[in-house]
Structures are given as structure tokens and as C-alpha cells.
Design a protein around this ligand. Structure first.
Ligand code: Z3R
Length: 289
């Protein structure tokens, strides 16, 4: 991999490249190395992307995976991250059908929101939050990985490994073709992940394509109208679905979650992005008392 690191096993296939466990040959420290592959590989790494990435080195918080270093040579980019033992997807798989303890759900979700609130305070969006980029270490700390990479590199339709990028955590405004994003995009994804944790790893909206994704969302939350979402029909890829009435018992979709948790979830999964709760307000919700 490089003179400085000994590459150990492959630990992930991310949106932008493969992630390896590696050892620093000088310090013996274990790290995660992410080799970023860009479409325009032969063009080298765009300087705008490089500037964005270097700013992420300053984004330090216990619930954000630490970016230790950015190695740029031979027109290739390698990101050196803090190592965590597993991602949330692997954690779900390891449950083997066993229910996730609801106190663990609360602890993980609180940490997710803390990391999110910190990034949002610093005007950094994730834009592609999913269980594969939530990492868990031996101490039970949950950390958000790949923050800010979407802005630096864009979100491709397919991963570098030609795997399709998941739509399951994408909010309806983005699915309708919204081009302008704000922090509400991550709050929707966080809500979907909260429900998935409460259901021990069963995804809330596992859509197969954009239409199926939107239909699943509106079947639970009701079709958007110009009353509850003014201007919704003006989105570039808007089309009507339903009409579906909002399911007046969201708790049936998350049967293990207590009533305060359901109340919080309902305020995160609001189709109109301007009415979605912020991550810092979510942290003050009585679910966490
Ligand atoms: C930084 C960025 C992405 C990832 C990092 C660090 N670590 C990852 S993905 C990882 C994945 C596992 S363990 C560590 S897994 O074995 O649970 N897939």
C-alpha cells in the first residue's frame, strides 16, 4: 500500500473505494485506509476535492471517525482514518435474528445525533448516511464515517465496484430531484436508521428503485399535498403517488420502540424538509431523558 503502512485485511467496500485495515510500520498503530478512486483518475484529484478533504481533518469529535491524514501521490488519494472494529450493518448481521436491546438503540442513536449535530454546526453535511458508514468500536462508541466526502466527490449512481448506491435512506425531496441540500437530508437518514435499529436491523423503507422508494414512504406517512408541503409539485422529478392516507399508527412499523421514541421518529420522518426536526433539537427530546 505504501512504505508507511502494512495493509492487513479488506474491511469495507465504500462508495468511493475499498477500505483496508492497516498497520503503521513506525508506530504499529492500527488504522483504516480508504483508497479513493475517482472517475477522472488519470486526470488526478481535483484541487477543490483536495481542499474539502483537508478541511475534514479539523472536524474532531468523539462521534466522528477521525481523519488522521490525507496521502496524495501518483494522482491517487488515500485517506487514513481511525480504526473501529465494525460497522452497524455488520453489527445487525451479528444479531442473528436476536432483538437489539432498546437501551443500546437509545445509546447508539444519541451518539449518532451528537455526531450529526456537531457536523451540522460546522456546516458539513453527510448526504449518504447509512448503517455501513456508522462505525462501532469495542468501547461501544458509535462514530460517523465519510462525512463531507459527498461534497468533495459527489454521490455517484453506482459505487466504484458497480454496486448500486442505496436509496433506502434518501428523503423524498431528494428523490423528487431537489438539487439544493441542507442539514435536513441527514436528519431523514438518521430517522430511517433509528427505526432500523429499533427493529433490530430490518430496514424501514427498502425500496428497489426511486418510485418504489417514494411509494413505500408515502404508504406509511401519507402522500404529500400542497397544504402539508407547499410547492411540492414544483420539484424537477415530482410525480403524484397514491393518494395514500397517513398511517395513524406509526408505532406498528416500530413495535419495540416506546411511545417517546415513536414521537421523536415521527418528527424526524417529515416529508416536507423545512418541517423536519434538527439534530440538536432531536437531542433535547424527552426520549433521551
Ligand atoms: C473510515 C471510513 C470508512 C470505514 C472505516 C473508516 N472503517 C470501516 S468502513 C470499517 C468497516 C468494518 S470495520 C471498519 S466491517 O468489517 O464491519 N465492514
Amino acid at each position: 500500500m505504501s512504505a508507511k503502512f502494512e495493509r492487513l485485511e479488506k474491511i469495507g467496500e465504500g462508495t468511493y473505494g475499498t477500505v483496508y485495515k492497516a498497520r503503521n510500520r513506525d508506530t504499529q498503530a492500527i488504522v483504516a485506509l480508504k483508497r479513493v478512486r475517482l472517475d477522472e483518475d488519470d486526470e488526478g484529484v481535483p484541487s477543490s476535492a483536495l481542499r474539502e478533504i483537508c478541511l475534514l481533518k479539523e472536524l474532531r469529535h468523539v462521534n466522528i471517525v477521525r481523519l488522521h491524514d490525507v496521502l496524495h501521490s501518483d494522482k491517487k488519494l488515500t485517506l487514513v482514518f481511525e480504526f473501529c472494529e465494525q460497522d452497524l450493518k455488520k453489527y445487525f448481521d451479528s444479531l442473528n435474528g436476536e432483538a437489539m436491546d432498546q437501551n443500546t438503540v437509545k445509546s447508539f442513536f444519541k451518539q449518532l445525533l451528537r455526531g450529526l449535530a456537531f457536523c451540522h454546526e460546522h456546516n458539513v453535511l453527510h448526504r449518504d448516511l447509512k448503517p455501513q458508514n456508522l462505525l462501532i468500536n469495542k468501547a461501544g462508541e458509535l462514530k460517523l464515517a465519510d462525512f463531507g466526502l459527498a461534497r468533495a466527490f459527489g454521490i455517484p449512481v453506482r459505487c466504484y465496484s458497480s454496486e448500486v448506491v442505496t436509496l433506502w435512506y434518501r428523503p423524498p425531496d431528494v428523490l423528487f430531484g431537489a438539487k439544493i441540500y441542507n442539514t435536513s437530508i441527514d436528519v431523514w437518514s438518521a430517522g430511517c436508521i433509528f427505526a432500523e435499529m429499533a427493529n433490530s436491523g430490518r430496514p424501514l423503507f427498502p425500496g428497489n428503485d426511486v418510485d418504489d422508494q417514494l411509494r413505500r414512504i408515502f404508504k406509511l406517512l401519507g402522500s404529500p399535498t400542497d397544504e402539508n408541503w407547499p410547492g411540492v409539485a414544483k420539484f424537477p422529478e415530482f410525480k403524484p403517488f397514491g393518494p395514500f392516507n397517513p398511517c395513524n399508527d406509526i408505532s406498528s412499523a416500530v413495535p419495540k420502540l416506546n411511545s417517546k421514541g415513536v414521537d421523536l421518529l415521527v418528527q424526524l420522518l417529515v416529508c416536507n424538509p423545512s418541517l423536519r426536526l434538527s439534530s440538536s433539537d432531536a437531542l433535547s427530546h424527552s426520549y433521551f431523558d
